[in-house]
Design a protein around this ligand. Structure first.
Ligand code: AMP
Length: 369
């Protein structure tokens, strides 16, 4: 796989030049079919759209003008919010068909502003043609007439699009090489050994350990607002609400953005948490690599937890609460495993026996990812 380096980050090809050219040709064909015979002005938006505009325009088979726009962003008053100002709109577009050419539409915020300002020039009609469209990020409702390619919500460079000024010259589209990151989920019932194995994994692979249980216990210790809230749920072994856990974990991820990966321990514990963390990590170009599930029989789980309870380290290691935690695990958490099985990311490990032997099996799995 062809890779490139920009500002020290490694990118790999995600859309080849051939695919790009085929998609651009399709859009050009549609424009030729729909707009022939009209008075057309193409308005590409600089800088990103210059490649797309050039490839489109050279395929246009009727007489048309082209005039380049640029946008400037600034923050307005609290009522106007973020504003995009269009500059360079000096072509007379009154009564004409304008085709705004954009490299990428994600949220749609910028384009909405552009449309509004182009409309002030009183064209007969406005058509929008974008090279890329991110349906998952789009929050507006204007119609996009021509889309060359739909893509997931990943960060990309190439074919006019840049990463901090560079990368526009590449003929292919690239995304951040994801296998530089190792994002593991360590999974299992309470007492399966998630914390114990996590310790070994982080030492070996230099990952940031994010245990929601540990984070919550620290919040309780500090008697923070989250801690006070969480305590109510944790004392009987119930789950802390998804929203609290998710905002807490997102904060930790953002605090550790330079990390070479994470190991999530005790999280996700519900399918909703799994969906949300998947979406976030994909957006950050750090998708989950695998779920390592530790398999331990119920009797052994109970024995371990009761044993740990004797040390008094955890308030929830008492027989009644242990029963409840295992019950909730089967009800709410076990489906998370199936969720990752469906994605082909589940790796099951026998979790009984010597700690070192279990770790060696986990190591084997990670090396093969
Ligand atoms: P653990 O240390 O992972 O066994 O977690 C201890 C307790 O913290 C659990 O019994 C829950 O009450 C709470 N907790 C930890 N992680 C989560 C999570 N991902 N979602 C909801 N509650 C959690």
């Amino acid at each position: 796989m062809k890779t490139i380096q920009i500002h020290g980050k490694e990118f790999e090809v995600s859309i080849t030049e051939e695919k790009i050219q085929q998609a651009v040709q399709r859009v050009a064909n549609d424009l030729n079919r729909d707009l022939r015979g009209k008075e057309v002005v193409f308005l590409p938006i600089l800088n990103g759209a210059f490649m797309f505009a050039s490839d489109i325009f050279r395929r246009i088979e009727f007489d048309a003008r082209i005039s380049f726009l640029k946008t400037e962003s600034y923050t307005g008053t609290s009522s106007t919010g973020h504003i995009t100002q269009v500059i360079g709109l000096n072509e007379n577009i009154k009564g004409k068909t304008v085709v705004i050419l954009e490299d990428i539409i994600d949220s749609g915020l910028t384009m909405e502003n552009v449309i509004e300002q182009v409309r002030a020039g009183e064209p007969a009609e406005i058509k929008i043609a974008t090279f890329l469209f991110k349906p998952d990020a789009f929050v507006k409702d204007f119609h996009i007439d021509y889309i060359a390619l739909k893509i997931p919500n990943d960060f990309i460079v190439g074919y006019g699009l840049d990463y901090d000024g560079f990368g526009r010259n590449y003929r292919d589209i690239y995304t951040v090489k994801s296998d530089k990151f190792l994002n593991l989920l360590i999974f299992g019932a309470p007492g399966a050994g998630k914390g114990t194995q996590s310790k070994q994994i982080i030492e070996r692979y230099n990952l940031v350990h994010l245990s929601t249980g540990d984070i919550l216990r620290a919040e309780i210790e500090q008697n923070s607002r989250i801690g006070q809230l969480a305590k109510r749920y944790m004392t009987n072994g119930g789950f802390v609400p998804d929203e609290i856990v998710l905002s807490m974990i997102m904060l930790k991820i953002m605090e550790n953005k330079g990390a070479s990966g994470f190991i999530f321990d005790g999280f996700p514990r519900t399918v909703e948490q799994a969906r949300r963390i998947d979406a976030l990590m994909r957006e950050e170009s750090m998708p989950i690599s695998a779920m390592i599930a530790l398999e331990v029989g119920t009797e052994e789980l109970k024995r371990r937890l009761v044993e740990r309870g004797k040390t008094g380290r955890r308030a929830d290691d008492t027989p009644d609460i242990i029963e409840n935690r295992i019950k909730i695990y089967h009800e709410k958490t076990a489906p998370v495993k199936e969720y990752y099985r469906e994605q082909g990311k589940l790796r099951e490990v026998h979790g009984e026996g010597a700690i070192e032997d279990i770790f060696r099996n986990i190591e084997g799995i990670i090396e093969n990812l």
